[in-house]
Write a protein that binds this ligand. Structure first.
Ligand code: FES
Length: 561
């Protein structure tokens, strides 16, 4: 098992070496694209390309990165406890593994031939070869496209959680499509030039002589070397797969643990698996909005047996658990690697198959959006419900939730969670945070009016009019889809959600219907001159949160409205 900090350093090395290779491919494609200006421009570009990559530093960076990147890929393949993975991840792995197969003969026929035999591996020489062997030309084009796609997908995986990425993605995607297209067109244009040149009598012979083209023996030697490299590579991949297979068999036989799920299902898995990996391994639904990165807490489980023997949470896991005020028996399934048999109960509902959760990542999960979150709760409703028949409560709550959903949706929000008599709603997911904050404050007013109407409607059943407390806060949150296949809903997780919930709690203390954070008020351009301002401490936050206490939502005024 790879320790978390070591895994982090290896990931950094993989990213750094990946960047070197990506820059190399970019410059290579750019050099091909010069073919659009003619073979001469391509050759001139090649001189700059070689100056960059065939000096001792450039060559070391290039081949060192290639070797390390490949080694890390095989290491990661070995580390994988199972090969179930999302399609995009599988495609990325296969593309990466295909690159050395196509690359070996190209490197040997160009750089090595140049170093060992003084061959001038110019575009002209290469193109003459491609002219006589179109299959080699197709293979070369395929190599560049595979390497480029692999690099672009890797870049996407790396950048997709950055806040700026969503807005920059169209420009990046445009570049990702344009460069290989120009390279292919340049390549074809140069082939057209060569097609004319090879018709001139004696031109090919002269060009090859100028390039110090290889004789039969060196060619055979390099070809044998290429075969050897391919065989060694195939052996390395094969041995990696064999080693992980043997490791898995050994672990399953001598070193396995069992995780028991609600309902008594017991899954034996090799020691070293995280609980989330065990769930995926066994095909058990387990929410994991952030894809197992320890950021969203949706995978959390309550450990009901074996807790005392478990390794303690890492500092990072502990910080996340503290943030949500989790009790001591709650752990993140993606971080917890049991060393003994345990029984766990996932805290959030199952029904989201592991592959679904990961597929959703592509669309929503892990997207950090600046949004507005609203929490609402009925005051003293428990007392009301204690004196009612369950049927009456269900009827009332259905009416209540219907009214709240209506108020939220008409204001432009998404009412996404109903727990007990509480409501959570998101605003600005599509329209942006400023509009979202204004919509949330309008929704708060509509919800309070709806509650007043319900009080009238149910006056005969209630001792006193219903009262509601609402908290509104804006900030960054991870937004994702959750729920069962047929009943998915959009939700958000993160500090912003906890603060909004806390503000709703505080309406009790301040005896008001609404508390809005200063950030949400500023985004909404709410006139706060007449509102009381406070600063409150929120657990696990260093800085206080500035809030405004709203006594009457009918008097809210927005500037610019
Ligand atoms: S999947 Fe475990 S914290 Fe997100």
């Amino acid at each position: 098992m790879v320790h978390a900090s070591r895994a982090g350093s290896l990931r950094d090395v993989r990213i750094a070496t990946g960047w070197v290779l990506f820059v190399y491919i970019t410059t290579h494609l750019a050099n091909h694209a010069l073919g659009l200006l003619g073979l001469g421009a391509m050759e001139a570009g090649r001189r700059m390309f070689l100056a960059l990559w065939r000096n001792p530093v450039g060559a070391l960076a290039l081949y060192g990165s290639l070797t390390v990147h490949l080694g890390l890929a095989l290491g990661a393949l070995y580390q994988r406890r199972h090969l179930r993975m999302p399609v995009a991840e599988a495609a990325q792995l296969l593309l990466g593994l295909a690159i050395p197969v196509l690359l070996a003969s190209h490197v040997i026929g160009t750089h090595l031939a140049s170093q060992a035999y003084g061959v001038v591996d110019s575009y002209t020489r290469m193109m003459i070869g491609f002219w006589s062997r179109p299959d080699a030309a197709i293979r070369q084009a395929l190599l560049l496209l595979i390497a480029w796609t692999h690099g672009c997908v890797g870049l996407h995986f790396w950048l997709r959680h950055r806040r700026w990425y969503r807005s920059a993605a169209p420009a990046i995607a445009g570049f990702g499509l344009l460069l290989p297209l120009l390279a292919l067109l340049g390549f074809l244009e140069a082939m057209r030039d060569i097609g004319e040149l090879v018709r001139r009598p004696g031109w090919v012979q002269a060009a090859l002589a100028n390039a110090n083209e290889l004789g039969r023996e060196p060619r055979q030697a390099l070809s044998a070397l290429g075969d050897g490299v391919l065989a060694a590579y195939a052996a390395a991949v094969g041995l990696t797969l064999l080693a992980r297979r043997m490791r898995n068999l050994h672990e399953r036989r001598y070193n396995s643990i069992a995780v028991t799920y609600p309902g008594g299902r017991r899954v034996a898995a090799p020691r070293g698996y995280s609980v989330l990996e065990v769930s995926r391994f066994a095909g058990i639904s387990h929410p994991s909005v952030c894809g197992g990165r320890g950021r969203c807490t949706t995978c959390r489980v309550r450990v009901v047996r074996g807790q005392a023997q478990l390794p303690p949470p890492s500092a990072a896991e502990l910080a996340v658990l503290k943030r949500i005020r989790a009790s001591a028996d709650v752990r993140l399934a993606c971080q917890l690697r049991p060393t003994c048999d345990v029984s766990v109960v996932p805290v959030l509902p199952g029904g989201v198959a592991a592959h679904d959760a990961l597929a959703e990542l592509e669309e929503f999960a892990g997207q950090e959006l600046e949004i507005c979150v609203l929490f609402a709760d009925l005051r003293a409703f428990t007392r009301v419900s204690e004196r009612k028949l369950p049927y009456d409560i269900v009827y009332f709550l259905n009416r209540y939730f219907e009214s709240m959903s209506c108020a939220v949706e008409q204001a432009g929000g998404i009412a996404n969670q109903f727990t007990g008599d509480g409501v959570m709603a998101l605003f600005g997911v599509k329209s942006g945070v400023a509009q979202g904050c204004r919509d949330a404050l309008n929704a708060a007013g509509a919800m309070l009016r709806a509650v007043a109407s319900l009080s009238v409607e149910f006056a005969g059943e209630l001792d006193a009019p219903l009262r509601m407390g609402i908290g509104v806060h804006s900030g960054w949150a991870v937004v994702g889809r959750m729920g069962r296949e047929t009943d998915k809903y959009l939700t958000a997780v993160g500090d912003t959600v906890h603060v909004a919930s806390r503000l709703q709690d505080l309406t009790r203390r301040y005896g008001c219907p609404l508390i809005v954070s200063q950030s949400a008020a500023a985004h909404a351009r709410l006139d706060v001159a007449h509102l009381a301002r406070r600063e409150i401490a929120v657990r696990n936050r260093n800085d206080p949160v500035a809030i405004h206490v709203v006594g009457n939502t009918e008097r809210l005024v927005f500037s610019g409205a």
